[in-house]
Design a protein around this ligand. Structure first.
Ligand SMILES: Cc1cc2nc3c(=O)[nH]c(=O)nc-3n(C[C@H](O)[C@H](O)[C@H](O)COP(=O)(O)O)c2cc1C
Length: 352
């Protein structure tokens, strides 16, 4: 299936502007999501036979492969994710205020490197509109866990960022299984400073407390909170982040977002965050570091440059509990999640 995509569909898609091609893919998935009996049938056909669900922070994941944030920013197509074989899906980044993002063009392919560069800048409809969209689909009807990735609105200064995240969380809290505090996208000015000790403790404290207070009021379990970090941090910086994550008892880490560095790339490139194959070695290093530093106790979702099943195994061998893909979907096509889920499934087999 992957070979057919790479020979027939990819050349056609790659003749289009990268963001336009993405919009076509999203519209196709949105159409598929509208035909739920077909989605259910495909999800059944693409299930991973014999594998135990992966239990993590109180959630059950039918397989290890998730759709990374950024693909479905506005919760338009996420219900089609199980049909492609995904075991979880993360929508967003959603910000409190609707915003258009940066000027186009802002998404670029590097086919030789099997990479992408984007400087989208969180274009999205805003938390209220996304909440209204998600409210139509009650959580009990979800086939796989749904995460919402939260970011800071561009117009909000860093000093008010914590309240901006919190306001988005309050609007969306009923509509997802886990939340991601995204402080690592390179395309919102200053956003990554939220990873420093100047801002991170205050942000995590407020989010943790609010999630707990809300759960107490409802008599429910607090929503798992994860932090998504950048690959450009030093190990010393990651150590400080891990201490803060432990102090505020976050449930996990997503490693990593796109990089502002250009590993192995010669010459001028577009500005923005690089994803795909060149990012992978750094992601492996970071996952290994976090896993050793936390003695394997902090769940890690590994994300970055998974373009072959061996890449997914490498992330898990080094300490990831789940993986996510974005660029791999662009280069390997819609059946890639299923291929990865099957390749990883022996790790979660029921031996009977
Ligand atoms: C076009 C594009 C848009 C993205 N948008 C977001 C986003 O809104 N929020 C986020 O946390 N990550 C975003 N990402 C980062 C991905 O979720 C992922 O962390 C990164 O691309 C590395 O994974 P990959 O190599 O499999 O693509 C985006 C990536 C791409 C390529």
């Amino acid at each position: 299936m992957g070979a057919i995509y790479e020979k027939c569909f990819r050349p056609w898609l790659f003749r289009q502007d990268a963001e336009k091609a993405h919009e076509h893919a999203l519209t196709s998935l949105q159409t598929l999501a509208g035909v739920q009996p077909l989605c259910s049938l495909l999800a059944w056909a693409n299930r991973v036979n014999g594998a135990r669900p992966i239990e993590l922070f109180g959630l059950k994941f039918p397989n290890a492969v998730g759709l990374a944030a950024g693909f479905d920013k506005n919760a338009l197509a996420w219900r089609a994710a199980p049909a492609l074989g995904f075991g979880h899906v993360e929508i967003g980044t959603v910000t409190l205020h609707a915003q258009p993002g940066n000027a186009r063009p802002r998404m670029f392919r590097l086919p030789e490197e099997e990479a992408l560069i984007n400087r989208l800048g969180f274009p999205n409809d805003g938390a209220e509109a996304v909440a209204l969209r998600l409210a139509k689909f009650p959580s009990r009807r979800r086939a796989i866990p749904l995460g919402i990735n939260l970011g800071k609105s561009k117009t909000v200064p860093l000093e008010q960022a914590a309240n901006d995240y919190l306001a988005s969380f309050n609007l969306l809290a009923d509509h997802a299984d886990y939340f991601v505090i995204n402080v690592s996208s390179p395309n919102t000015p200053e956003l990554r400073r939220l990873q420093t000790q100047e801002f991170l403790p205050g942000l995590l404290k407020l989010m943790r407390k609010s999630a707990r207070d809300r759960a107490k009021k409802l008599g429910a379990r607090p929503a798992p909170l994860l932090l998504k970090i950048a690959p450009d941090l030093s190990f010393a910086e990651i150590d400080l982040i891990l201490a803060t994550v432990a102090e505020h008892e976050l449930e996990g880490l997503i490693a990593t977002n796109t990089t502002v560095s250009r590993p192995g790339l010669a010459g001028e490139t577009e500005g923005g965050g690089l994803s795909g194959r060149p990012l992978h070695p750094r992601v492996v290093e970071i996952i290994r570091f976090v896993s050793l530093a936390t003695k394997g106790k902090l769940p890690i979702i590994g994300c970055g440059g998974v373009l072959e099943p061996s890449d997914a195994h490498r992330l898990m061998d080094n300490g990831a509990s789940l993986i996510q893909i974005y660029t791999g979907l662009v280069y390997r096509g819609p059946f890639f999640a299923r291929e990865l889920a099957h390749a990883l499934s022996w790790r979660h087999r029921e031996w009977v």
